[in-house]
Design a protein around this ligand. Sequence first.
Ligand code: TMP
Length: 212
Amino acid sequence: MKGKFISLEGGEGSGKSTAILCIQAWLESHNVPFIMTREPGGTPLAEEIRQLVLNPRDEKVNDTAELLLMFAARAQHLSEKIQPALEAGAWVICDRFLDSSYVYQGKARGGDTQQLDLLSEWVVGDHRPDATLLLDVPVEVGQQRIVQRQYQDRLDKESLVFHQKVREGFLERAHSEPNRVTIIDASVSIEAVKSQIENQLEHLFQAWCGGK
Ligand code: TMP
């Protein structure tokens, strides 16, 4: 049987790293074969593109260049890692995927949605996530968490207004596709976040595998 594809989304400082550890532990305890991966990145070439597009630099990065680099990395990642893993029956847990492009390059940068639709159709086609967990926190909370980090990438350093649009963009996508996207309230305690994630995984596991 083909594997299942779950993406994890959220703004800066929404606690994706903790969520990933929780998902990993849950899948292991249920003997589900899986791989963990991330975007932009996930293969050697795509990780090189990640450095190119996310490292802070003096030169202004053109919005179209940023968008195309995200999709170039995605094309490589999908064909060389995600699709083979799904074909082999593994679940793929991906830290960010297509929603991030719609939200960061579309909503926050003001990119054209029709162009995003065209690129998505071309690069991703039907290989969309079966389910998405959206970690939602107020922007101020996320910002407080990231200022404590030693390394901040080019997008972490964007304005508060940019990050507000990111949060709004994710919530809009969640509301427009409620069957795929589950909002996780990530402003509560770690234990409470974990239990929301575990409940949703349990629900998906029952729906997809009948609990087996
Ligand atoms: P993160 O994995 O540490 O969250 O960093 C990835 C950054 O890349 C984050 O700021 C969101 C950004 N990003 C986009 O702007 N567009 C995309 O399509 C993806 C996958 C990520």
